[in-house]
Design a protein around this ligand. Structure first.
Ligand code: RBZ
Ligand code: NIO
Length: 331
């Protein structure tokens, strides 16, 4: 099934040709990524991957690592932004501890999967964030989540993340894999001020310089996070299964860049939910060859941008699945 097939179907519907503007372009994306002229967006699942980052010790985030655990507890009780949006849009949620410094308080609900690779990464500013074995373990965790979701019949997948300090890792990965300069790759994350952002930029520049241009798995392990490696495995497995994935912001896109680097073709199932306010996101999406549905200056993470874009995907699916053909209405 080609893009032309989808355009032909859209042009034959009971409406003037092109009258649904960008919704038609989105319908094409959805049909192509889902490899169907009647794509489904239900049932859908958000898997939130959480982990901590040793580099937080360098003062790269406005928040302490304890906030990762506090937010995971809030997600688990359904009161975080991601959880509220998921509920209102009929999205099933799972939360995965890929390597938090502190586990959430018990009791743990059934939708929480605790398989921490380690209690946070090592500080990427002084050495590798993780070993290749740890990268593989995190990747496998994410891949297993995608496989389980597909086995349970989910037709659209979203990965979200929670991890104080993870925009530093995302900036390193984008600097290394897209080639944009360290300054553009480095954003304010969850509210870093100018002085903090300058520290962060210098750490990003030095960590990537140490790789000497390498972007193999060992090099990427040195600058990744456990939740990011897990999301990379999640995306690669979703691609292997041919299930569409709605990307969130800068951090999830960094994971998609890893997946595309290590499993070329992963991008064929990716749809970009939104353009993050993080300055490197535009170039990262361009490298993957995808354009965002929304440009709303969001910069939260947790899958929030994907969840806000999701109703537009539902609209695109309804168009392809439920609208009559002009030839059939006697017009
Ligand atoms: C209360 C709160 C809720 C969040 N939800 C997502 N993030 C987002 O911010 C973090 C990354 O930003 P940085 O690299 O600057 O630490 C990640 O946890 C990301 O998911 C949050 C951050 C905070 C503070
Ligand atoms: O775009 C993102 O993914 C993002 C931005 C700021 C903080 N956390 C995530």
């Amino acid at each position: 099934m080609t893009r032309n097939d989808v355009h032909a179907k859209l042009d034959a519907l009971a409406k003037p040709v092109g009258s649904l503007g960008r919704l038609e372009a989105l319908a094409v994306e959805l049909a192509v990524t889902g490899r169907s002229l009647t794509p489904a967006t239900r049932p859908r699942r958000l898997v939130l991957f959480a982990a901590d980052h040793g580099v937080v010790a360098q003062g790269v985030s406005a928040w302490p690592s304890a906030v990762t655990t506090a937010m995971v507890e809030t997600i688990l009780t359904g009161q975080a932004t991601s959880a509220a949006l998921a509920t209102t849009h009929g999205v099933d949620v799972r939360v995965v501890d890929a390597g938090m410094a502190q586990p959430p308080r018990r009791p743990w609900p059934a939708h929480f999967n605790a398989q921490p690779v380690a209690p946070g990464t090592a500080d990427l500013s002084v050495g590798p964030a993780m070993s290749v074995d740890q990268f593989d373990a995190a990747w496998a965790l994410g891949a297993a989540e995608a496989q389980a979701a597909v086995d349970q019949g989910y037709r659209l997948l979203i990965a979200g993340e929670m991890g104080i300090g993870n925009t530093t890792s995302a900036a390193c990965l984008t600097h290394a894999l897209v080639g944009i300069d360290a300054d553009t790759a480095t954003g304010s994350g969850a509210g870093a001020d100018a002085a903090m952002r300058a520290i962060k930029r210098d750490i990003v520049a030095k960590a990537v310089a140490r790789l000497e241009g390498r972007t193999d798995k060992g090099a990427l392990s040195a600058i990744a996070g456990f939740e990011i490696a897990a999301m990379a495995g999640f995306y690669a497995e979703a691609a292997a299964q041919g299930v569409p994935v709605l990307l969130d912001g800068y951090v999830t896109t960094a994971a998609a860049l890893i997946a595309e680097r290590l499993c070329p073709g992963t991008r064929s199932v990716l749809i970009a939910g939104h353009l993050s306010a993080e300055s490197g996101h535009r170039a990262a999406l361009a490298q993957l060859g995808i354009s965002p549905v929304l440009e709303w200056q969001m910069r939260l993470g947790e899958g929030s941008g994907a969840l806000v874009a999701l109703p537009l995907l539902d609209s695109a699916a309804a168009l392809l699945c439920d609208v009559a053909r002009l030839a059939d209405i006697g017009a």
